[in-house]
Design a protein around this ligand. Sequence first.
Ligand SMILES: Nc1ncnc2c1ncn2[C@@H]1O[C@H](COP(=O)(O)OP(=O)(O)O)[C@@H](O)[C@H]1O
Ligand SMILES: O=C(OP(=O)(O)O)[C@H](O)COP(=O)(O)O
Length: 395
Amino acid sequence: MRTIDDLDVGGRRVLVRADLNVPLEDGAITDDGRIRASLPTIEALRARGAKVIVCAHLGRPKGEVKPEFSLAPVAARLGELLGADVAFAADVVGGSARAAVDGLADGGVALLENLRFEPGETSKDDAERGAFADRLAALAEIYVGDGFGAVHRRHASVYDVPKRLPHAAGGLIAAEVEVLRKLTEDVERPYAVALGGSKVSDKLGVIDNLLGKADRILIGGGMVFTFLKAQGHEVGQSLLEEDQLSTVREYLRRAENAGVEFVLPVDIVAATAFSAEADHGVVAAGAIPSDRLGLDIGPESGKLFAARLADARTVFWNGPMGVFEMEPYANGTRAVAQGLIDSGAFTVVGGGDSAAAVRRLGFDEAAFSHISTGGGASLEYLEGKALPGLQALED
Ligand SMILES: Nc1ncnc2c1ncn2[C@@H]1O[C@H](COP(=O)(O)OP(=O)(O)O)[C@@H](O)[C@H]1O
Ligand SMILES: O=C(OP(=O)(O)O)[C@H](O)COP(=O)(O)O
């Protein structure tokens, strides 16, 4: 992959695809890790006199303009961190974007509105995606891919635009790939993978491939309930992927045959509503009341997970063990984060929310071997899959 050092960017319009998908609460950014991780590439381009046009997504607005998914707060924070004005375009490829780009001086920075406000960005139809990619590419002369967290998406800004412009990988993508490559080569064993979070259907698929690579797979977060249900337990109102039950049963069977250990929670913190104030308590994993939903793994599970991490030599963790944003449901995530640290293994934490959880819960980032900005992206990388956003940069 070419890097930005291979490009002549002075005075040129450079489109940087970043991952600025940060957590927000009531319109305020609660963790700016992904913005900070994007700074070195933007700063390097500015220092070389490029006109920097940053584009990114926020959440999943599904091709519609939804004000709660505006990147405006991100533009403000990016400006603060850069110590420079960031021109914020109120659209992605319309008049506002064009005006913001035309107004850029050498070394200036503009941020376009949320890419996913445009249906073409995420379209599965090549022609629709391509038409949007044409418009986005027309804003710039050079493309820099630096949104590691989105490289597994075959989206216009990730996959199609680099086919239309001279391109290179930014520093973040280069750094992420360098660390994650180690986990696809000779890993020190036992190799444990801990999975949680809420993007259950996205991430259940990666287990297929992990069964041939990991020695232990620990399941927490919103993933748990599809497993518990597959084992015949009731899960009440918890997050559930009904159509994945047979797949999960198959995983459990294959794991047994392959000698891979699945570690499932033995207890669950179940609440009457998705709220910090809701009535909640610890129940056995097999006895979630029908009117409750599981929002964290329980204390015995936290101990069990830490014990199954203790002798691991390599650990990859993606996805919080519970709804850590609410204190009553943060202990499972705490226990697993501490378990990684205490193991002394080579530890990689991946994912926007997982990385945010580590920081929010007060852990020292330096206590982990690597904190990746991508969850789904790093999991798919570890599967050995060709990722559209990396493929496009290699071509
Ligand atoms: N039991 C659960 N029910 C619902 N949501 C959960 C549960 N456990 C964790 N979550 C949520 O999962 C979200 C993070 O999931 P995900 O995006 O998959 O992780 P990452 O960004 O680290 O890849 C968090 O916002 C957290 O509140
Ligand atoms: O947050 C992200 O991924 P992650 O939760 O797997 O770390 C990326 O910004 C990709 O977002 P998407 O999963 O909505 O495509």
